[in-house]
Design a protein around this ligand. Structure first.
Ligand SMILES: Nc1ncnc2c1ncn2[C@@H]1O[C@H](COP(=O)(O)OP(=O)(O)OP(=O)(O)O)[C@@H](O)[C@H]1O
Ligand SMILES: [Mg+2]
Length: 386
């Protein structure tokens, strides 16, 4: 240890750790600082907080911090992933049930709200909560009262509620999947975490912290990064946000151990960006035209684009059918090998492969398979993939 290290640790003792340090929330952007300020304001109260933002932006870390910085911190924080619980048992999970209230309910059971009594409940993926459970949830929010499944005796709990979602709840309300009264009740304090691409000042700090974490864990050496390399990280669109940055740093450290990282080294680990059609679309200018006229043009243009997409799809399908016929003619065995798998076997195989690819991370696997987490859980049980 050098004399400098001693000076630094002495200074560290004199300066108590900042709120951010204490709770492991890294970042220097104005956007993040504002969020931390709100967290500090709401944490000591019992107010319900809705946390929204894309996947991987840090909703869970913010929820945990609100609990940890509250007067309830010594009591439990119960996290419920509403998207992962099968619809049939969600009410019993949340509110508990009485003995014999449904087939298989041998004994009585406390629900998550009762388990969180005097503490905090964090309802993750709140947008996935079925409508029937939403009614009961609203009642708890309004007066702390609920009924266990199969009981008509109201019970009371003293629970602080935090909720999170990466869905656009307003749109869910519009399409009838989310109750508007519950939405208005929830959104009174809404912490919106912007995607990482909109707060690039956080990238260097997060990068550095993940480098330290993973070089220690994987015994890998960090050989430095050029300014262009850092710029490549800062200008990337990060669809998976902080979680993706964390994963990229881990792979890069292991595979490029000890190497000085230039932009080209970094780009190997970043996905190419294909902007969705709406972003690249050249929207008509509204200036000089009536809004209706501009809207009509927009709709017409969208229709033309849909037509073009359908034509393109038709062509692709036609090409594939031709190629398939060709392969069948020349090598009937090649196709037979595949078609020997039944639909169920294929589904089983796909799910097993996705779980393996994402190292058992069910959320990531569900996303890759384009099915809901709830469906994935059901399938895992069905195919005994646990
Ligand atoms: N500001 C931050 N400082 C340090 N780590 C962070 C920060 N934001 C996110 N992370 C880390 O990134 C990962 C993803 O964060 P988190 O699980 O909180 O995201 P999320 O918004 O809940 O994602 P999802 O919608 O997929 O559940 C975690 O490992 C978390 O610790
Ligand atoms: Mg989360």
């Amino acid at each position: 240890m050098s004399w400098l290290d001693n000076v630094e640790s002495a200074a560290y003792k004199l300066n108590p750790r900042s709120f951010q340090e204490e709770h492991g929330i890294l970042g220097e952007s104005v956007e993040l600082k504002k969020i931390v300020e709100v967290v500090q304001q709401v944490a000591p109260t019992d107010i319900t907080v809705l946390i929204t933002g894309e996947s991987g932006v840090g909703k869970e870390i913010i929820a945990k911090t609100i609990h940890a910085a509250s007067q309830r911190s010594k009591k439990s924080l119960i996290t419920v992933n509403s998207g992962a619980i099968p619809e049939g048992i969600i009410e019993s999970e949340l509110f508990g049930h009485e003995r014999g209230s449904f087939t298989g309910a041998a004994g009585e059971r406390k629900g998550d709200f009762e388990l969180a009594d005097n503490g905090t409940i964090f309802l993750d993926e709140i947008g996935e909560l079925p409508l029937s459970a939403q009614v009961k949830f609203l009642r708890i929010l309004e007066n702390g009262e609920f009924l266990r499944v199969g009981s008509s005796m109201p019970r009371r709990v003293n629970v602080r509620v935090l909720a999170a979602t990466n869905k656009n709840l307003e749109a869910e309300v519009r399409n009838g999947h989310f109750r508007s009264d519950l939405y208005f009740r929830l959104r009174s304090v809404n912490i919106v975490i912007p995607p990482l691409r909109q707060r690039v000042d956080d990238v260097p700090v997060l990068f550095r912290a993940f480098v330290d974490e993973f070089s220690a864990k994987n015994n890998a050496k960090f050989g430095g990064i050029s300014d262009e390399g850092m710029n490549a990280l800062k200008s990337y669109h990060w669809p998976g946000n902080v979680r993706e940055l964390r994963n990229v740093v881990e792979s890069m450290l292991v595979l490029e151990s000890g190497k000085f990282l230039n932009a080209a080294d970094i780009n190997k680990y970043l996905k190419e960006y294909h902007p969705p059609a709406a972003e690249s679309r050249n929207l008509p200018m509204v200036t000089g035209k009536s809004v209706e006229q501009a809207e009509r043009e927009l709709i017409l243009r969208a229709l033309f684009e849909i037509k073009a997409d359908v034509l393109e799809l038709k062509n692709v399908l036609h090409e594939q059918a031709t190629a398939l016929a060709h392969v069948q003619q020349n090598d009937p065995m090649a196709i037979q090998a595949d078609s020997s798998l039944s639909l169920t076997d294929m589904e089983h195989k796909l799910i097993a492969e996705a779980l393996q690819r994402f190292k058992g991370n069910r959320r990531a696997a569900a996303r890759a398979l384009n099915i809901s987490e709830r469906t994935l859980y059901r399938k895992i049980k069905e195919y005994h993939l646990e």
